[in-house]
Design a protein around this ligand. Structure first.
Ligand code: KIV
Ligand code: ZN
Length: 388
């Protein structure tokens, strides 16, 4: 693999599912996994196989259905977890076991109640166990963002020696600041003697709103895998948003000088699929996939864009799956524009009669309201169908 490629590791189905209220059924996970595969995500973390029988079945089903992406299961650094992960992944075309243990003083003292030496021993045992069952093993130092650098060097060197080929440095609690996190990654790469035998990965949480910035700073410092989720879903304030990472790398290739394999035109439909399944709406001003991400409202901006698109647009809307000519829906809009907008929103009406009824309602509302927003259309179609 070229050293300029950043591996995109999507954890929507695992860390994303840890957002309170975002749990998904096996069928829902399968639909999302297929969308991620279509987008050419390199690694799909499908779940935490030992967490529940349902999660085991989901990981197994994703491992069997996905052919082009590596499918991964999370496992604590415990034999039972690792065996369960291996069992769930046994039919995968390409499977990965992702094992982890906490390395920060606060986690080792209060959560694990273990001495650092014992943590290193357990990590090594876990990586060896995972390697005996699977050729592709990732090791994570949980809470690396608050871990001591000397201890990280020690445990990571031992994990690589034991067979881990991806080393993940999670900022588990979203505590890092970009320049400081980048410095940590640079030091690890410099100081660990066998660092060249592994891909260094980052996994940033968004508690301070810095998950994407921290991930990109780490890439500049040499990380070559980024763990992220669609729409930034994830534990607490979420994870780094895949769409933002990928589009920052694509748009600022001049500065970052790396690339991903993601087919970006599938980003919007995947975002909508995840939002629809989890019930987590995407805020209108969300970068890349928010309803206003490529909309121009002020007259000055509209005028500029009409004269030259790049006056106010740094990306092409079509590159992430938008229809570039976003039409503002109002009383002058016709039936075809109405139908096209419903298609974009993923709203399928049963037939022409329902479309006509919804269109009549739309016209009546457009006489009273300056602009008809997507939320108005969604409500209007639901009301119209409810009255049928
Ligand atoms: O945030 C975290 O530390 C994690 C690990 C299990 C990778 O999700
Ligand atoms: Zn996490």
């Amino acid at each position: 693999m070229s050293n300029d490629r950043v591996i995109i590791f999507d954890t929507t189905l695992r860390d994303g599912e840890q957002s309170p209220g975002a749990s998904m059924t096996r069928e829902e996970k399968l639909r999302i996994a297929k969308a991620l595969e279509r987008m050419r995500v390199d690694v799909i973390e499908a779940g935490f196989a030992i967490a529940s029988p349902g999660d085991f079945e989901s990981v197994k089903a994703v491992a069997e259905a996905v052919k082009d992406s590596t499918v991964c299961s999370l496992a604590r650094a415990l034999d039972a977890d690792i065996e369960r992960a291996a069992e769930a992944l046994k039919n995968a075309n390409s499977g990965r076991i992702h094992t982890f243990i906490a390395t920060s003083p606060i986690h080792m003292q209060y959560k694990l109640r273990m001495q650092p030496d014992a943590v290193v021993e357990q990590a090594v045992r876990a990586v060896k166990k995972a390697r005996s069952l699977c050729g592709d093993v990732e090791f994570s130092c949980e809470d690396a963002g608050r871990s001591e650098i000397d201890f990280l060097c020690r445990i990571i060197e031992a994990a690589i020696e034991a067979g881990a080929r991806t080393i993940n440095i999670p900022d588990t609690v979203g505590y890092a600041i970009p320049h400081q996190y980048a410095e940590t990654i640079a030091q690890l790469l410099n100081r660990i003697p066998n660092a060249d035998k592994a891909v260094f990965s980052v996994h940033c949480h968004n508690d301070l709103g810095l998950a994407v910035a921290n991930s990109l700073a780490a890439v500049v410092a040499g990380a070559r895998q980024v763990e992220c989720t669609i729409n930034g879903l994830g534990e607490r304030a979420g994870n780094a948003a895949l769409e933002e990472i990928v589009m920052a790398i694509k748009t600022r290739k001049d500065l970052l000088d790396v690339y991903t394999n993601i087919e970006t035109e599938h980003i919007l439909s995947t975002s909508r699929l995840v939002s629809g399944i989890t019930g987590f709406p995407v805020q209108p001003n969300k970068a890349i996939v928010g309803a206003n991400a490529f909309a121009h409202e002020s007259g000055i901006h509209q005028d500029g864009v009409l004269k030259h698109r790049e006056t106010y647009e740094i990306m092409r809307a079509q590159d992430v799956g938008w229809n570039a000519n976003k039409m503002v829906m109002g009383k002058h809009s016709g039936r075809n524009a109405f139908r096209a907008r419903l298609d974009e929103l993923g709203i399928v009406l049963p037939g022409e009669a329902e479309l006509n009824a919804a269109f009549a309602r739309f016209k009546a509302l457009a006489d009273k309201k300056h602009e008809i927003f997507d939320e108005d259309l969604q409500a209007l179609v639901s009301d119209s169908l409810a009255e049928e």
